[in-house]
Design a protein. Structure first.
Length: 460
């Protein structure tokens, strides 16, 4: 019998995974994973855990950079995808109106009642691109404002509002947009007075470094923008769908009602890529102003049945299992227990965030012995100490985490929203053990630091 057998293919070729990537994909990825000891072979995953071939479990505190909000392979989402495939729907005819997109839009908008319409794409960066286009067209103005250190995606439009030079270098010219320091209302007012600003795109909590917007900033920014007939765009690609303990992170601040909201990641259930841009009725009606403009903005795979089914299942699970309240409760427990360690360890400087989006920041110690080791790492490359903590968390304690951005001494925790007290205990105990090693001058820990220094110098 001939034909395609996925199980057979993986059994036959799965062991070549790192070699295949090195040969045919981004060759630096396997190189990096080998260097930091992250070249694991995971056999299966469920909920907040992975398992290797030896049956050892690994706690996932990364959630695929926030994609796995419900953990991996949630049974309700799995069933929805089986059902939609079995239904053999006449999907993507392009010239009909299937029910699933309308139903998902209705459910999403019920969580943001001041908004009216939704555009479905395939990713977070597409959701941002949509918002940029819609803001420019609706206002008739060319310029978008964004925050330094922001991350809104890597396609050319979203890259134009990316506040990190490391991502932008070599890809100019980009769109004529302008960066502001987060929280700087005076700078926002100055730029708005020029009369050419279409909107201001902002993450309610910046993913890079895990920095929440200052209290009152979003509302004050919204008032300034609307006074100058510009739009507030909330990038909720990572912070949305319960991550911060409210359905959307902008809802932490009373009176904030963005004109456009971008979501993606967790809406997928971890299965089918999906992005969505929620907006006000008048914006959509300007963009789609006539039948001649019916396809002026579209996506080939946008609103496909599998993605819509996954999204509907995710929102149903979030309501039935009270995911948002759970994220708020567990996040506060995790943050408070980690914050209690700040006074105990001189290398640990801050713990911040909301819900299950938490940043652990390290900084220069005071004691002479630790300070000399810290200085060695910083001279080679800023951010190496945080990476030095991430590695033993995986290697010794089987916990997957990662730094929150290049050249930052910050670990970002964005676990599946389904974790509970057991996972909090495991992480805090492991983190405490790693901190004890670091402050006790553990040879193994600092030897690895020297290895990272050599690698950083070699890459210069």
């Amino acid at each position: 019998m001939t034909g395609f057998d996925l199980t057979e293919l993986l059994a036959e070729r799965g062991g070549e995974r790192y070699a295949l990537h090195a040969r045919h994909l981004n060759h630096q990825l396997p190189r990096m994973l080998h260097t930091i000891g992250f070249d694991k072979v995971y056999e299966r995953a469920e909920g907040a855990y992975f398992w290797d071939a030896d049956g050892q479990d690994y706690l996932d505190m990364l959630a695929g950079f926030g994609v796995m909000g419900l953990g991996r392979h949630h049974p309700v989402v799995r069933k929805a995808l089986h059902d939609v495939l079995d239904a053999q729907l006449p999907d993507l005819t392009r010239f009909d109106c299937q029910p699933l997109p309308g139903l998902l839009a209705e459910r999403l908008l019920s969580c943001a009642p001041h908004l009216d319409r939704v555009f479905f794409g395939n990713s977070g960066t597409e959701a941002v691109e949509t918002a940029l286009k819609f803001a420019r067209y609706a206002t008739g103005r060319p310029r978008i404002l964004y925050c330094t250190h922001a991350f809104h995606g890597l396609t050319t439009g979203s890259l134009s509002v990316n506040g990190e030079d490391g991502f932008r270098d070599g890809f100019a010219p980009l769109l004529p947009d302008t960066a502001l320091a987060m929280g700087d209302l005076d700078a926002l007012a100055r730029e708005l007075k020029r009369g050419d600003v279409a909107g201001f795109v902002v993450e309610p909590i910046q993913g890079k470094g895990v920095h929440p917007t200052p209290p009152g900033f979003l509302r004050a920014a919204q008032e300034l923008l609307h006074r100058h007939k510009a739009l507030l765009i909330a990038d909720e690609v990572q912070t949305g769908l319960g991550r911060t303990g409210d359905f959307f992170a902008y809802q932490h601040e009373d009176g904030v009602e963005p004109d456009l909201v971008c979501v993606a990641k967790a809406l997928s259930g971890g299965y089918v890529p999906v992005g969505a841009t929620l907006g006000k009725d008048w914006i959509f009606k300007k963009v789609y102003s006539s039948m001649d403009r019916v396809l002026v903005h579209s996506a080939s795979f946008g609103a496909n049945a599998q993605a819509m089914a996954a999204g509907l299942a995710v929102l149903s699970v979030m309501e039935d299992e009270e995911i948002v309240a759970g994220a708020r409760r567990t996040g506060e427990l995790l943050r408070s227990r980690l914050a209690a360690l700040v006074g105990k360890y001189e290398l640990l400087h801050d713990v911040r965030g909301r819900g299950l989006m938490i940043g652990i920041e390290f900084g220069r110690p005071t004691s002479l012995g630790l300070r000399s080791r810290w200085t060695m790492l910083q001279a080679a490359r800023k951010g190496l100490f945080a990476q030095m903590v991430v590695v033993p968390l995986l290697q010794r304690h089987r916990i997957l985490t990662q730094v929150s951005g290049d050249h930052l001494e910050v670990i970002k925790l964005i676990p599946p929203l389904i974790i509970g007290e057991r996972e909090v205990d495991r992480f805090v105990e492991a983190f405490t053990a790693v901190m004890d090693d670091a402050h006790g001058g553990s040879g193994l820990l600092w030897d690895f630091g020297r290895t990272l220094v050599k690698q950083a110098v070699a890459n210069r």
